[in-house]
Ligand binder design. Structure first.
Ligand SMILES: [Zn+2]
Length: 457
């Protein structure tokens, strides 16, 4: 009888040592304590963006085909299999393919990312052998990548239904392996314990469906940043173990199985909390030597001037949010990346509002009175007050005013500095966007095209 462990991270979001949760370093310290001869280590995606370290790397990433230090760190952590998260596509498919091609140990898996010729663009699955036990791992990502990620660079890939893609792979792999696990960058649409819905079931999260899939012994989920783990019996009588490892290294998911003569017994599943500021001695050197200096460089970069002017920032928000009007409170000059980050805090640095026109005009007046209003040339009242401005970007339907009538409602994307002047009930949609990363991408383009403003499409 062989005891096999599946250990997993997910949604690390480029946090090395964030201070409040474990980060990659903390998770790495937990992984270092696992007996690798009898384990497969998985990362379930959303690794590359979400912290200043990630945004700084986005800014510096001028060669789309090059390795990406955060992805390469998976090699250093001894991760066997990784799946892309929706955010890992933010810099486009080619960029991710280039970074994945540089991996040596880690197999990058995704069964439902399909190219123009109908071919999977990543390996759909891989088989690992531990102490003679054959362990199959199937990777997949939420089919909502195109809606959730930045659109540019994804013209030559489509994301098919992950449940179907995993089922196809499971059917093919099952006869060849002793133990079969799916790693899915998507969350639970229903509580796996109670069956209660966790969100509107739009198909973005389908992990609960995967628990019902015949042939699977284990499931690693991600995307929604929850930490959960458990085991359950399927309708066909078999048991399945599952784990979702939280956010930014808050937890490591650990599934345990006993395998004997091809028969699998589920032993247990845990979401292990990760120690904050794990001692460096427990962090693999290969990863630490690579990421520790990048972490320090990102901290220094935050205090450097941001080259984007107001127009460029408004245009960036409009383009990413798909909005025709933006109302932003922006940090006064001199403007650093850190001050910009403070004005677009995670997780909802900007939201879409729908507001009666009169209420919106009151908010503009109120914001302008509290801070500065660079729109009409008035000087800000204090040096630290945000500069408020409303920009209409026009649109295919002939302009904002035509679209606002006859109800006389205003649709606008605002950051919290401006949104504070609007009633919370007016929020239509909160954008889960890493704005620092988005602005870094625009700044990279400005730098290399020599453009000065908002042209960044
Ligand atoms: Zn995600």
């Amino acid at each position: 009888m062989t005891r096999i462990t599946i250990a997993a991270t997910s949604d690390l979001h480029s946090h090395w040592r964030p201070g409040t949760v474990g980060g990659i370093a903390g998770a790495a310290a937990v992984l270092a304590g696992i007996d690798r001869d009898r384990a497969v280590v998985i990362d379930a995606g959303d690794l590359l963006t979400g912290s200043p370290l990630g945004a700084h790397q986005t800014l510096l990433r001028t060669d789309a085909g090059a390795e990406h230090p955060l992805l390469t760190a998976l090699d250093g952590l001894g991760v066997d299999a990784a799946v892309p998260g929706n955010h890992d596509f933010d810099d486009g498919l080619d960029s991710l393919l280039g970074a994945a091609a540089a991996l040596r140990r880690t197999r990058y898996l995704c069964a439902n990312a399909i190219g123009d010729q109908g071919e999977p663009v990543f390996a759909p699955s891989a088989v690992f052998v531990r102490e003679g036990v054959r362990i199959g791992v199937i990777g997949a990502v939420t089919s909502h990548v195109q809606r959730l990620s930045r659109h540019g660079g994804l013209e030559h890939v489509r994301f098919t239904d992950p449940v179907t893609a995993i089922a196809d792979q499971a059917l093919r792999l099952r006869p060849e392996v002793d133990l079969l696990v799916a790693a899915y960058h998507g969350g639970f649409e229903r509580d796996p314990e109670t069956g209660a819905p966790l969100d509107y079931d739009r198909g973005e999260n389908q992990a609960a469906r995967l628990l019902e899939m015949p042939g699977l012994d284990g499931l690693i989920a991600g995307h929604t940043h929850s930490a959960r783990a458990g085991t359950r019996a399927r309708d066909d009588g078999a048991r399945i173990a599952y784990a979702q490892p939280g956010y930014a290294g808050s937890h490591v998911g650990v599934l345990t199985f006993e395998v004997e003569a091809g028969a699998v017994q589920v032993v247990g599943a845990r979401a292990v909390p990760v120690e904050v500021n794990a001692p460096s001695a427990h962090v693999p050197r290969a990863a630490a030597e690579r990421l520790e200096p990048l972490h320090a460089a990102a901290e220094a970069w935050l205090d450097s001037p941001c080259p984007l002017d107001d127009d460029a920032l408004h245009a960036a928000v409009a383009a990413r949010a798909g909005s025709r009007r933006t109302a932003l409170g922006l940090p006064p000059h001199p403007r650093t990346w850190r001050s910009l980050l403070a004005h677009f805090p995670a997780p909802h640095g900007a939201s879409d509002y729908r507001v009666p026109r009169r209420e919106f005009e009151d908010a503009v007046r109120e914001a302008g009175a509290r801070g500065g209003d660079s729109g009409d040339g008035r000087v800000p009242r204090t040096a630290t007050a945000p500069r408020f401005r409303v920009v209409d970007h026009g649109g295919a339907d002939g302009g904002a005013d035509a679209a606002d009538s006859p109800e006389q409602w205003v649709a606008v994307t605002a950051n919290p500095a401006f949104g504070a002047h609007l009633h919370p009930s007016r929020v239509e949609r909160a954008h889960l966007v890493d704005w620092l990363d988005e602005f870094a991408r625009v700044a990279r383009h400005v730098h290399f095209s020599g453009a000065t403003g908002g042209d960044h499409a």
